[in-house]
Design a protein around this ligand. Structure first.
Ligand code: NAP
Length: 289
């Protein structure tokens, strides 16, 4: 599909991150804009930390229609928002900035909204007990989504226990019982045995380590559905092995497309063409090999 030519009427969206070179948003969002016939373009910026607020205020004053915020700025922009959606408040991080007509900034976390959609895409089962692997930014978004999605009990397993404990502390107040433990075989065996949902947000299994998996296959079973943050390879070994037992698995590609589609909805009210986003992402990720 041919992109719409940039003219004086073209709206500009931005992504802020540092480093910015490997971000997927420009490919994914511009594919959706082209497919939707929308006269807008998303471009990358990499402001240094000391110029983050000045860059945000400046680009908005100059007419930017909305922003993606990625690593390492998702937490730093929180105090710069005029209002926060529940997704951003719960996760303590903003990845999507909506610019109001009066240039008021509303912070959303579409990583949270994306996981919530992935959760709802799974066949309804009990979802009373979930195990979350990892305690970084993606884990915080996932934990917030599980709380919003009605999970009753969450165990966070992480290689570095202090980070899992901090996550459990920060999300403790939201109606979901949450505890933490080190990520090792005995804790996996114990907690997965009682769970009906596993969410992986460690980077284990990501290309070029696509043969790795954070969970030994013998701990997977039909009643244990999986949401994986890893989007390359597609599907991951974890998702393949979960599906082989008869469980359902939602991949990181589904999650990333969902979060990108929510951002386009917040900025422009667009119902994004997700097939076009998927094609663009897969083409880009494959070409990177
Ligand atoms: P992060 O903040 O750097 O956290 C990385 C997590 O992975 C930490 O919990 C870390 O444990 C754990 N980890 C790394 N290597 C490990 C290993 N060898 N064994 C066990 N644990 C290991 O990163 P993030 O932002 O949360 O992102 C995590 C992954 O999710 C990345 O691969 C990212 O690309 C992906 N992601 C996908 C989406 C999506 O839309 N699909 C969204 C966000 C992120 P320690 O705390 O012990 O270091």
């Amino acid at each position: 599909m041919t992109p719409i030519p940039i003219t004086g009427a073209t709206r500009v969206l931005a992504i802020f991150g540092r480093p910015i070179i490997h971000v997927l948003s420009p490919m994914m969002h511009n594919a959706a804009l082209t497919a939707g016939g929308v006269d807008a373009v998303l471009v990358p910026f990499s402001p240094p930390p000391e110029a983050l607020e000045q860059s945000l205020r400046g680009i908005v004053a100059a007419g930017c229609a909305g922003l993606c915020i990625t690593i390492p700025y998702k937490t730093a922009v929180v105090p710069m928002m005029d209002s926060l959606a529940p997704s951003a408040r719960l996760a303590g991080a903003v990845n999507t900035v909506q610019v109001g007509a009066d240039r008021q900034l509303s912070g959303y976390n579409t990583d949270v909204e994306g996981v919530l959609r992935c959760l709802r895409a799974l066949k309804p089962r009990l979802r009373r007990r979930a195990v979350l692997l990892g305690a970084g930014g993606a884990a915080r978004a996932a934990a917030a989504a599980l709380a919003l999605g009605g999970v009753e009990r969450l165990t966070v397993l992480n290689r570095t226990l202090e980070k899992a404990s901090a996550l459990a502390r920060d999300l403790a107040a939201d109606g979901m019982a949450i505890d933490s433990a080190p990520l090792d075989f005995s804790n996996l065996a114990r907690h997965l045995g009682e769970a009906d949902l596993l969410v992986n947000t460690t980077s284990v299994g990501m290309y070029p380590q696509g043969r790795e998996t954070p969970v030994p296959g013998n701990l997977l079973r039909p009643g244990l559905d999986v949401i994986d943050a890893i989007y390359r390879p597609e599907p991951t070994r974890l998702c393949r092995e979960a599906r082989a037992t008869g469980a359902e698995a939602v991949t990181g590609l589904d999650w990333i497309i969902a979060q990108g589609a929510f951002a386009l909805k917040h900025w422009l009210g667009l119902d994004a063409d997700e097939a076009a986003m998927r094609t663009a992402l897969v083409r880009y990720l494959t070409s990177e090999s």
